[in-house]
Design a protein around this ligand. Structure first.
Ligand code: AMP
Length: 215
């Protein structure tokens, strides 16, 4: 099964994508996480992407598309995948459809785009509370998913941080970018009968149940 998950920053895409990937035994392809790792490791991709990530702006379509294509062709994606944070613009969605419909593409085309609907105010509030592990990228929330030891990553014991682009001023930029460039994808996928719309305001467990029911 090939899926994508859409929604504003802070809507819970990452959390749901991780659960869905585990449950459906498909690969989790998070463009944001791949880009952040490249920035951490100071690779050429990371050096190119850094300024966009820090400003809450989108990395150019062509750069992101190459990342996604490479991941889709890895053996771990053979049984399907969930795209988290991609596509984020209409041209990215069109490029994905072109890849999907190419005669040499080994994968079935994207079946469903799950859209998590959450208000801007809720996103700003959630992201200002979110803490991230600078080593492995795991995220925590003081209420819905606290770490076992305060401010410490359960997995690698690193001190948790507030991600630079989770600061309220950058989140507002990211939300503007989301409304201008990503929200039109809702109609794009609705028009092709692939949209699964989910209320993203309940608990992560409730949201997950609703997604599974609607899939
Ligand atoms: P995310 O973790 O999905 O919120 O992504 C964090 C940041 O990575 C975004 O604010 C963008 O700068 C960049 N990014 C992630 N995915 C994409 C994409 N599909 N297109 C362009 N930029 C992206």
């Amino acid at each position: 099964m090939n899926l994508a998950i859409l929604g504003p920053p802070g809507s819970g895409k990452g959390t749901q994508a991780v659960h869905l990937a585990k449950q459906l035994q498909i690969a989790h392809i998070s463009t944001g996480e791949i880009l952040r790792e490249a920035v951490r490791k100071k690779t050429p991709l990371g050096c190119e992407a850094k300024k966009f990530l820090e400003a809450g702006q989108l990395v150019p379509d062509a750069v992101v598309l190459e990342i996604v294509k490479a991941k889709m062709h890895e053996p771990t994606s053979a049984g399907g995948y969930i795209l988290d944070g991609f596509p984020r613009t209409i041209p990215q969605a069109q490029m994905l459809d072109r890849i999907d419909n190419h005669p040499q593409n080994p994968h079935p085309p994207l079946e469903k785009a799950i859209y998590l609907e959450v208000s801007d105010e809720e996103c700003v509030a959630r992201l200002s509370e979110r803490r991230t592990c600078p080593e492995c990228g795991l995220t925590y929330n003081p209420v819905t998913h606290p770490p076992k030891k305060a401010e410490t990553c359960d997995a690698c014991k690193a001190q948790l941080i507030l991600r630079e682009d989770d600061r309220p001023e950058t989140v507002r930029n990211r939300l503007q970018v989301y409304h201008a460039q990503t929200a039109p994808l809702i109609q794009y996928y609705e028009g092709s009968g692939r949209l699964v719309k989910i209320n993203g305001n309940s608990s992560p467990q409730e949201i997950y149940k609703n997604i599974i029911n609607l899939l």
